[in-house]
Structure formats: structure tokens, C-alpha cells
Design a protein around this ligand. Sequence first.
Ligand code: PMP
Length: 360
Amino acid sequence: MTVTLDDLPLRDDLRGQKPYGAPQAPLPIALNVNENTHPIPPDVADDIAESVAKAVAGLNRYPDREFTELREAFASYLGHGIEPEQVWAANGSNEVLQHLLQAFAGPGRTAFGFAPTYSMYSLLVRGVGSEWIAGTRGPRFEVTADDAARQVRDADPDVVFLCAPNNPTGTPLSIDVIESVYEASRGIVIVDEAYFEFAPDDATSALALLPGRERLVVSRTMSKAFAFAGARVGYLAADPAVIDALRLVRLPYHLSAVTQAAATAALRHSDEMLRTVDDIIVQRDRISATLEALGYDPYPSWSNFVLFGGVDDPHETWRRLYDRGVLVREIGIPGHLRVSAGTADETTTFLDALASIRDA
Ligand code: PMP
């Protein structure tokens, strides 16, 4: 007899839930999870490997629990006067967000976000026994300062997620929305800047708002612009008191010595690691322009992906692209698909495949 979840003494509040579900398929062109598809430059990879090799020799010992060197490296990368004691890191920004929820949400508490937004927020929220409250966006998925403040005041959540720019829509979030949500709330306000490096050069980061706002947190990741998704490294900046709160919930030594060595070495080469960003932006804008020419409805994007509407049957289009070796993402918005910007060649393959489907 096959055992199912129903046969297990599972928590009642997890019954009926679905796990994070981006399909994993070994297709030649994978543009479905917003990775940076450019490989790490060989000289940087060599330096990272050397640093990791040194760390391996010391793996008999637990790693630095405070990941001091890595926090210093993140503080200097972020600028804005951020000090190392304002920095936290974990195994992907997913774990950073989980630490925040463990400390500031939990049973009997609520967390709020403007839907549609990053699908892991609600899963992480339910995972700590909190209630997820979905707010709404405008017709083009935009969020305005007055409406956002009103929704947050009505919901009165313990934690607010602001995804800037938003996944899966790519929508930018202006700094006045962050300020007004902060004023309207009493809880922790998390600005998730996972894709910030793909925003225009003159875009303002929420890091600029940190001074004097002890409930504000700005989360980042090395998974996107840094092309380091496989290493699992995310980080945040906030008031040092927030960092103290996170120490209460993290597992001791949660960042392995191998991870710390790899991330610190990668940050030594941040200029080279980030060199692909400009090309990805070119490919993203080429995707938007070509989709429009094909009669689709792409949304403005400040990220490394494009959401587009005007897809009559998203699942059928997804399947036909799949048959042509191209993996994109069905994100559950009727009539829409999402595609990550790849290398120039990958992007061309995607656009040609889509055009051939459109013509068929
Ligand atoms: N935030 C957003 C908005 C994301 O899209 C993602 C990844 N898709 C993450 C956080 C998590 O990334 P990671 O755990 O790899 O840092």
C-alpha cells in the first residue's frame, strides 16, 4: 500500500498545500526560473575554487558562526554607508526571508504582500504557521503609494513583503510606495530587491531609506545578477537590532565554510561577476520589443525576465516551446507566460520558436 500525506500525522495547517513547483526539465534552453544563464568567467571560477580548496582543509572545524569576512564584503558591495553589523546572510534569500518570518511572524501572526507576487512568500509564511494576506495591484500590476498605504492599514500585518521589482510581473516599485507603506504599518517591512541590479542606473534602492527606519529590511541575493544561484547565498541589510533578532532563530553555523569561502571569493570579483548584467538587459528589452511586434502584450520590466499577456492558451504555448527545447514559466496568471532573458543565442532561439508557434 502506498503511504500518502493523509496517512501521516502532518500539521493540520499544511494539509492540502502544494510545494514550490517550478518544473525541472533537462532542456537545452532553460528560461523558467530567472537564473543568470551566463556561466561564471573561468578566471573567477579558478579563484573561487582555490578559496574553497583552502576551506576544505579546515572542514574538521565548524565555520565562523558570524561569517565576519562575508558580512564585511557584502557591506562594502552595498555601499550606502552600510556597516557589517547591519548585514545578515543565509543559504539563498529564501532562507533570509524564512529567518525574518521566524523572528517576526509565527503562529497567530500575519504577513501581507501585493499579489501576484513571488510564490515563495505565501509558502514561507504558512511554513512558520502565520496567515498570508494577499493585497491587490492595479490593472498593469502597478502599486501606488496611497492605495498601498490604505491596504496595509486595513490589513494591519506583522510583516509586509514589497518585491521591488516584482516577480513574476517585473513591475518597478517606486521609493514613495515604500515610504508610505512603512508609515502605514507597525510591522517589519521587507523590500525584496532580488533583481535590483537589473533596474536602470538611476533607480533608487530602498537601502537609501534605512537610516532611522528600524523596521525596514532590504533583502538581496547572489542568485540573479551574480550568476551564483547554485551556491545558495542571499543577504540583507537592516538595523543591527534586526540582525540580533535573526540570531535567535538561525541554526548555529547555518552558512557552511564552503559557502562562506565561495561567496567571499566571488565578491572579490564583483565587477566581473556582474559584467553580464548589461547584456541581460539588452536581451530583456529585445524580448519585450519582439513580443510586442509578434502581437503579445509584454509588461515593463526592471528585472531579468519579461511577463507577457495575450497568450490564448498559455499551457499549449508552454508545451509547444517545450517541444522545441525551450523552457519558460506558466505562473498561473490567465493568458500570460513569463520568460527569463538568456544569452543572445538562447534569447534568439526562444523568440524564433515563439514566432514559429505564432505562425503555425
Ligand atoms: N526573491 C525573489 C523575488 C525571487 O524571485 C527569488 C528567486 N526566484 C528569491 C527571492 C529567492 O532567491 P534565492 O533563494 O536563490 O536567493
